[in-house]
Ligand binder design. Structure first.
Ligand SMILES: [Zn+2]
Ligand SMILES: [Zn+2]
Length: 366
């Protein structure tokens, strides 16, 4: 991300390039749909009940990120499959080891003798995150979704998607079983001031691309950049990178969101999730138990609302949205949201890990 190397970028409060929203209300299954507005595609985090998503939204899904395979996070696989069947489409599904077998088992449960006659060929790439590599298998509708092992690839720091416009990173957490939590980071954009170019007698042209690439690479400030003049020979044909940066560009920071369900409130988990969600514009996180029922939450390896708020505060996120509320509080969701918000804003929650000494021992993160 280049934002870190550049001075104080502006940070709009609302995401512009992607539009994240929860699939369900917080008492129903967890799931996050992220529309990538300019790419005609969407990312989907978790596969619980997908029925609120209309077919046109499901058709946009290009990448699915599965936290773990408890039913409330994975039972919607069939719904997605049925919506996309017969379409010419490639969908990548990322998850923990076991995902490939799980998808294979789901696909084997159905009879595919008619699938060859469909117009489109739906292809699923199942990708499992192992310690430092992705294992990949593909299932193509035309071949009756026969499993084909693909060559995996090495992976560093849980970086699942690394595209020109965005990155998705995963970290592994403990929920009695391993689960994945995800962060989506939009890359910073470099904007060029047209009027400043005019003012300096510079012309729009391919040189601006080379200039932006030099900025992204972090080239030294005195690097000469070949420029195009609106009037030939009206000034030097090279200008220092640093001067151009100060004069003609503005950086818009990329937005970041994080999606975290389900996890136990342990020191190791807190360190990992705070690192993942650091500075996020929005943190979507489970917080489905009142603090007074903290023992029940701990037994189920879930967070309380106050613990979710504490994590949001420790991670310095801008906005907190809790989900995955336990049905026992039906009709009283506001109390869960308030408890989370209080711990987030005021740090008054009894669940503050600092108060319990959780973060005072040696950092065991990584
Ligand atoms: Zn779970
Ligand atoms: Zn769950």
């Amino acid at each position: 991300m280049i934002a870190g190397s550049l001075a104080e970028p502006t940070r709009p409060t609302m995401p512009t390039r992607f539009d994240p929203h929860l699939v369900n209300e917080p008492f129903a299954d967890p799931g996050l749909y992220v529309d990538l507005r300019f790419e005609r595609r969407a990312l989907l985090f978790d596969l619980g009940d997908l029925s609120p998503l209309p077919p046109r939204k499901l058709l946009r899904v290009s990448d699915v990120f599965v936290t773990h395979r408890h039913m409330d996070h994975f039972a919607g696989f069939d719904h997605l499959l049925r919506s996309l069947l017969g379409r010419d489409k490639v969908v990548r599904l990322f998850g923990l080891p076991g995902l490939i077998d799980a998808i294979d088992a789901k696909l084997r449960a159905y009879t595919w003798n008619l699938v060859a006659g469909y117009d489109g060929n739906l292809v699923l790439h199942a990708m499992e995150l192992h310690a430092d590599r992705l294992a990949v298998a593909s299932f193509a509708g035309r071949q009756g979704f026969l499993r084909v092992e693909d060559t995996g690839r090495r992976i560093e720091g849980g970086l699942l998607l690394d595209e020109p416009g965005l990155q998705v990173r995963a970290t592994s957490l403990d929920h009695g079983i391993p689960v994945l939590a995800f962060a989506l980071q939009e890359r910073a954009h470099i904007n060029i001031w047209r009027n400043r170019l005019d003012h300096l007698g510079l012309a729009v042209g391919p040189w601006l691309r080379a200039f932006k690439e030099a900025v992204v690479r972090g080239d030294p400030e005195d690097t000469p950049v070949l420029v195009a003049r609106s009037q030939p020979a009206s000034g030097p044909d090279h200008l220092p990178l640093g001067e151009l940066k100060r004069q003609i560009m503005r950086v818009t920071a990329g937005r970041k969101i994080a999606y975290v369900v389900d996890m136990a409130f342990t020191q190791e988990n807190i360190i990992r999730v705070v690192d993942l969600a650091k500075g996020a514009d929005i943190l979507f996180i489970e917080g489905g138990f009142l603090d007074v029922d903290g023992a029940d939450a701990a037994l189920r390896r879930h967070l309380t609302a106050g613990q979710a708020g504490t994590i949001a505060r420790l991670a310095g996120v801008k906005r907190l949205e809790t989900l995955h509320y336990s049905p026992r509080y039906q009709g009283n969701g506001a109390a869960l949201a308030q408890e989370a918000a209080a711990a987030f804003r005021d740090g008054k929650a009894a669940s503050d890990p600092a108060a319990q000494g959780l973060l005072t021992t040696d950092d065991t993160g990584s």
